[in-house]
Write a protein that binds this ligand. Structure first.
Ligand SMILES: O=C(O)CCC(=O)C(=O)O
Length: 338
């Protein structure tokens, strides 16, 4: 704080003005504020006068209103999160078998609840055709983009651009067959199915009437890698239908109201390692309810809007994500959070 004068109150500098505004907005009791100001040389009556004056400043009043609204929203999300933790669905993701589009939308999509759907894609040739061997045989010499050298960089997701590598499909398949781990992975952002050489793979996936709009199939995003690939805790901006073509994946899910306790970074990633939560660094994670499910070959998982997810492949795995583009009369909602 600025210098003190023995007989009169110190100057009410910008530093003091900010300190006072911030203390009031943070809910510090007024008599505590007065006590601090008196210790720093302010006259008792002057301190009270400055507090009253601060509370009349229009911009302060607006900030106070917005903060109250924020606190109210925060306590609502905490209450909803607490309520969710008591639901049986908080410990196990329900399974729908056989697929029922009406129930899918009513009970899960619009209710913002995850569900595993069995039997939805059983007619897809991809289920029986696609494998590392098939990819090597059909596209062996074709260069592909992968996400590489991930294990040396804890922030490999945020640094995605720095991890783009080009190798042939044959080289990548050899790695998938020989190694486990997270070092090399073909991820959605590598856009493999958007490359002309791979478009014909889309003939092996068929329209899912009542679930996805036809155009959505052409926007399929591929994930292909060995056992042990890891996609850290993050959220997307749309509902996603995640389909397991080969192998299986362990998926951990956290409902959206836990957002204030997930230590999110810009772009939708969490700083928390969900495999080994450090409660000293991330104490708010203590009571966050985490749901776990395994998605197996031929199953589809609805990743609802705003749900955080962490995904690890249990064995060699090929999956597809369909982002938005559900078969609805209205639009597919997306979340603009940036
Ligand atoms: O399969 C994975 O590794 C991640 C899938 C995912 O995060 C997604 O589809 O949004």
């Amino acid at each position: 704080m600025d210098g003190e004068l023995p007989h009169t109150s110190p100057a009410f500098t910008t530093t003091w003005q900010e300190w006072l505004a911030e203390s009031l907005l943070r809910g510090v009791a007024e008599d505590e504020i007065v006590s601090v100001m008196r210790q720093r040389g302010f006259d008792h009556a002057e301190a009270w006068r400055l507090i009253a004056a601060q509370q009349k400043i229009p911009s302060f009043r607006v900030a106070h209103r917005l903060l109250c609204e924020h606190r109210k929203l925060r306590s609502l999300t905490d209450a909803l999160s607490d309520q969710w933790s008591q639901s049986p669905q908080a410990t196990a993701v329900p399974v729908m078998d056989p697929p029922d589009p009406e129930a899918f939308f009513e009970r899960f999509y619009f209710a913002n609840r995850p569900v595993v759907v069995r039997g939805l894609v059983e007619q897809w040739p991809a289920l029986h055709k696609w494998s590392p061997d098939y990819f090597a045989q059909e596209f062996g010499d074709t260069p592909i983009e992968i996400s590489g050298d991930r294990e040396g960089d804890p922030r490999f997701e945020e640094n995605f651009l720095a991890h783009r590598r080009e190798i042939t499909m044959r080289e990548f398949v050899a790695h998938v067959m020989a190694d486990e781990g997270n070092d090399r992975y073909v991820v959605a952002r590598n856009q493999l199915l958007q490359r002309p050489a791979f478009r014909r793979l889309l003939d092996d996936i068929h329209h899912l009437p009542g679930f996805l709009a036809p155009v959505t199939l052409s926007r399929a995003k591929l994930w292909f890698g060995p056992a042990g690939t890891l996609t850290p805790l993050h959220h997307d901006d749309s509902n996603i239908l995640f389909v397991q073509i080969q192998g299986s994946k362990l998926v951990r899910l956290v409902e959206p109201h836990s957002l204030p306790r997930l230590y999110g970074e810009q772009g939708g990633h969490s700083s928390v390692d969900l495999d080994d939560v450090d409660l000293t660094r991330f104490p708010l994670m203590r009571d966050v309810p985490v749901t776990e499910t395994t998605v197996r070959q031929g199953e589809a998982l609805l990743l609802p809007l705003g749900w955080w997810h962490w995904v690890m492949s249990v064995e060699t795995s090929i999956s597809l994500s369909f982002v938005g583009g559900f078969d609805l009369p209205g639009h597919s909602t997306s979340w603009r959070y940036a």
